[in-house]
Design a protein around this ligand. Sequence first.
Ligand code: ACO
Length: 335
Amino acid sequence: QGCKLIGCGSAVPDLLVSNDDLANIVNTSDEWISVRTGIRNRRILSGKDSLTGLAAAAAKNALQMAKVEPDDVDLVLMCTSTPEDLFGSAPQIQRALGCTRNPLAYDITAACSGFILGLVSAACHIRGGGFKNVLVIGADSLSRHVDWTDRSTCILFGDAAGAVVVQACDGNEDGLFSFDLHSDGDGQRHLNASIKEGEPHDGLGSNGSVVGFPPRRAAYSFIEMNGKEVFRFAVRCVPQSIESALEKASLTSSNIDWLLLHQANQRIIDAVATRLDVPPERVISNLANYGNTSAASIPLALDEAVRSGKVQSGHIIAAAGFGAGVTWGSAIMRW
Ligand code: ACO
């Protein structure tokens, strides 16, 4: 059983926040941010905007391109680390799309690697049998989890959603050639938004005497990051992972039409491309406009590249995600 990508879509919030806007709230400058990261603008969820709504909009666009009706969707995978419901948001998206057959929908949490893991999960479900059309959505709103007084992190992130439709096909048409996936829990100390000890619940007293034990209300810290360590990890692990995925597909970097990395930092993208010997004109980059949108960044950049005519039918793409966990992984695929 093969599987192939047949549609993509994306959606971003209306509110645009420029580097100059950030320079009004923290001690930074457009020059510092653009030279160190390549980022110029980002979009931020505000007011009544919801991430679930953004994800549903991206998914709708992908279904339209794929010419797949909501009722023909067999599975919705929502890759996010910032769900609006801790118990999972994929069923809400399934509902918003109008999938009346009640197909399975669940969340995958793997930060900036989430979308690649979603693709692998889609392929596994399809190859295992019983699933034909799978929606893979990458959506995150890290703006809700950054400390807006911390100039070293708040300049990096933006909010967005991207989606693809993966469809079952004959084995000889298979478009997802190979994967390479890893994680290393030791790296969590360099990048996390961990649970911290919360306040006692209201009405229980300081020792929780009412119920005889001290329950705590959950609270998470803001994103904490050692930028230099994350940078080193990405530049070391991502080229190795792509090379290993290419080898599994019996390809080399000279066979790929596009290198599509998680959009975290232009310097990481450039360093990985140089190590793999991929020239700049074959590298997809849109982080200047959106910043690091976590699980959304790969499908968002793919969607823009497809709709602008850069990525065309039959092109081979090496995609790689990397981020908190730490987790990293690559996929070699045909558009
Ligand atoms: N504006 C101005 N100065 C700043 C800013 C800012 N926004 N942020 C930090 N600085 C200062 C620091 O305080 C420091 O000053 P000091 O020398 O007086 O102490 C100086 O700039 C250098 O700081 P560094 O942190 O050493 O800067 P670095 O060159 O490492 O760049 C950066 C920081 C851009 C964050 C870089 O390390 C990076 O991009 N790392 C990768 C991060 C990343 O991609 N994270 C996302 C991972 S994906 C995920 O899963 C969320």
